[in-house]
Design a protein. Sequence first.
Length: 94
Amino acid sequence: MTESDPKIVEALRKRSERNNLLRELNMDVVSASAGRVTIALTPPPNSLNGRGFVHGGYLFSICDTACAFALLSHQDGRSEEHTSELQSRGLISY
Protein backbone atom coordinates (compact mmCIF):
# COMPACT_ATOMS: atom_id res chain seq x y z
CA MET A 1 0.00 0.00 0.00
CA THR A 2 1.21 3.47 -0.88
CA GLU A 3 1.97 5.82 1.99
CA SER A 4 -0.40 8.76 2.40
CA ASP A 5 0.86 12.16 1.25
CA PRO A 6 -0.02 14.87 3.80
CA LYS A 7 0.12 17.60 1.12
CA ILE A 8 -2.49 15.85 -1.00
CA VAL A 9 -4.69 15.16 2.03
CA GLU A 10 -4.58 18.81 3.06
CA ALA A 11 -5.29 20.06 -0.48
CA LEU A 12 -8.34 17.78 -0.78
CA ARG A 13 -9.61 18.79 2.67
CA LYS A 14 -9.33 22.47 1.73
CA ARG A 15 -11.21 21.78 -1.50
CA SER A 16 -13.98 20.11 0.52
CA GLU A 17 -14.24 23.10 2.86
CA ARG A 18 -14.83 25.46 -0.09
CA ASN A 19 -17.67 23.40 -1.54
CA ASN A 20 -21.15 23.60 0.01
CA LEU A 21 -22.21 20.11 -1.10
CA LEU A 22 -19.00 18.47 0.09
CA ARG A 23 -19.40 20.09 3.51
CA GLU A 24 -22.96 18.74 3.68
CA LEU A 25 -21.76 15.23 2.81
CA ASN A 26 -20.01 15.22 6.20
CA MET A 27 -16.89 13.42 5.03
CA ASP A 28 -13.20 13.55 5.84
CA VAL A 29 -10.22 12.67 3.69
CA VAL A 30 -8.34 10.16 5.84
CA SER A 31 -5.48 9.39 3.48
CA ALA A 32 -4.48 10.13 -0.09
CA SER A 33 -1.65 9.48 -2.49
CA ALA A 34 -1.32 9.73 -6.26
CA GLY A 35 -4.44 8.05 -7.66
CA ARG A 36 -5.82 6.88 -4.29
CA VAL A 37 -8.03 8.41 -1.64
CA THR A 38 -9.67 7.07 1.51
CA ILE A 39 -12.74 8.93 2.75
CA ALA A 40 -14.43 8.41 6.10
CA LEU A 41 -17.88 9.65 6.95
CA THR A 42 -20.76 9.37 9.31
CA PRO A 43 -23.96 9.76 7.32
CA PRO A 44 -26.17 12.46 8.82
CA PRO A 45 -29.80 11.59 9.63
CA ASN A 46 -31.04 13.51 6.57
CA SER A 47 -29.09 11.11 4.29
CA LEU A 48 -31.26 8.13 5.22
CA ASN A 49 -34.07 6.87 3.00
CA GLY A 50 -37.53 5.83 4.16
CA ARG A 51 -36.31 2.38 5.22
CA GLY A 52 -33.51 3.81 7.36
CA PHE A 53 -30.68 2.98 4.95
CA VAL A 54 -28.27 5.50 3.47
CA HIS A 55 -29.93 6.96 0.36
CA GLY A 56 -28.41 5.89 -2.96
CA GLY A 57 -28.04 9.49 -4.09
CA TYR A 58 -25.91 10.24 -1.04
CA LEU A 59 -23.71 7.20 -1.74
CA PHE A 60 -23.42 8.14 -5.40
CA SER A 61 -22.27 11.65 -4.46
CA ILE A 62 -19.60 10.13 -2.21
CA CYS A 63 -18.45 7.83 -5.04
CA ASP A 64 -18.30 10.74 -7.49
CA THR A 65 -16.31 12.78 -4.98
CA ALA A 66 -13.86 9.92 -4.36
CA CYS A 67 -13.30 9.57 -8.12
CA ALA A 68 -12.74 13.30 -8.50
CA PHE A 69 -10.34 13.37 -5.55
CA ALA A 70 -8.36 10.44 -6.96
CA LEU A 71 -8.05 12.39 -10.23
CA LEU A 72 -7.10 15.57 -8.39
CA SER A 73 -4.33 13.73 -6.56
CA HIS A 74 -2.56 13.52 -9.94
CA GLN A 75 -3.24 17.12 -10.94
CA ASP A 76 -0.56 19.68 -11.52
CA GLY A 77 -2.98 22.59 -11.03
CA ARG A 78 -3.11 23.41 -14.74
CA SER A 79 -5.97 21.20 -15.88
CA GLU A 80 -9.52 20.42 -14.86
CA GLU A 81 -10.83 17.04 -13.78
CA HIS A 82 -14.16 15.55 -14.66
CA THR A 83 -15.96 12.27 -14.38
CA SER A 84 -16.52 10.87 -17.85
CA GLU A 85 -18.66 7.95 -16.72
CA LEU A 86 -19.95 6.75 -13.37
CA GLN A 87 -22.72 4.21 -13.14
CA SER A 88 -24.95 3.01 -10.36
CA ARG A 89 -27.30 0.02 -10.42
CA GLY A 90 -29.76 -0.71 -7.70
CA LEU A 91 -31.49 -3.86 -6.61
CA ILE A 92 -34.86 -3.50 -4.95
CA SER A 93 -36.00 -6.29 -2.67
CA TYR A 94 -39.40 -6.46 -1.08
